[in-house]
Write a protein that binds this ligand. Sequence first.
Ligand code: FAD
Length: 321
Amino acid sequence: MALSNIWVVAEPSNGSFTTTSLELLTQARTFGGTLSAITWGGDAGLASVAGEYGATTLYDVGDVGSALPGVPVASAIQALISSVGVPDAILIPTSYDGRDIAGRLSARLDRPVLTNITGLSDSGGLVTEHPIFGGSQTVKAHFTGEGPGIYVIRAKSFVAEASGGAPATVTAAPVGDVGTEGTASITATHVEERVGPKLEEAAVVVSGGRGLGEADKYALIEETAKLLNGAAGASRAIVDAGWVPYSHQVGQTGKTVKPTVYIACGISGATQHLVGMKGSKNIVAINKDPDAPIFQIADFGIVGDVHKVLPALIAALKARN
Ligand SMILES: Cc1cc2nc3c(=O)[nH]c(=O)nc-3n(C[C@H](O)[C@H](O)[C@H](O)COP(=O)(O)OP(=O)(O)OC[C@H]3O[C@@H](n4cnc5c(N)ncnc54)[C@H](O)[C@@H]3O)c2cc1C
């Protein structure tokens, strides 16, 4: 089945779309055919962003008020399918709202969903890639039944790149009947305080693991990250131990990062951690065990004690700055 009509759910964020949405638009553009974006919020400026990334039509669900976006957006997509026809694929970012939209849409359309996708290719229809066994193996999948296929794709699976297209034509996507789903509403939102760049977008990520020994030593990671204008990450071991919040976790069940430089400090290199950072351009590992698996993927390794290496690195960076 040729891919002639792809829809991408593009989540609005600060006058643009989230980075993952831009990554999906970029990849969908490579398949040719008609590319449409579906968003919400009624921001007129998003037409040019959608166009720059290759979409010719931007379906806008409009202001969703205090509703969970998944409810009106899934309803609007179902209504759109009834009015303009069935797309070949609906690509959705892996995010809280993205997963909510996918689940609700799956129930509404009675169609299955492919999730945790890290690769997409066109082979007479979309073929997906999914990491399994902690990222040590990849399986490929494709839909065999009636469309539309619903695909939920992980962040950093593709590189977002604008193509310089004209602004997309904005078309209203009215919300259909939401039934009792519409009775849930958001009563409060909290934005996590953060210093420095976002973990997923930072050019330098400095991550700490159990080798730090105790929670207080994570300050060494934060200070090194700050001096490098980077973000501080973590292994799951220290997130589970309560040393740092989950938002810092890199790996299979955390965030995927692809910075220019990734510095792993006191991290063994379990496959579940590697799957979230192995796409980094340059990997530096600091570990006192010369046989730690992290050294197998490191471009530069320091066999040493993080409590000695990091203070020396911090002193050198301060002297340089
Ligand atoms: C389903 C599932 C999902 C998972 N998802 C994730 C995930 O998303 N992200 C993730 O990170 N993990 C994940 N894990 C956990 C993963 O398997 C590992 O347990 C975890 O990554 C180990 O964290 P660590 O490297 O910090 O700790 P450890 O494996 O205990 O390694 C600590 C390292 O520090 C070194 N060290 C000790 N002292 C020092 C010192 N003073 N100086 C220098 N080095 C020192 C040691 O040599 C060792 O290599 C998952 C596991 C499962 C089963």
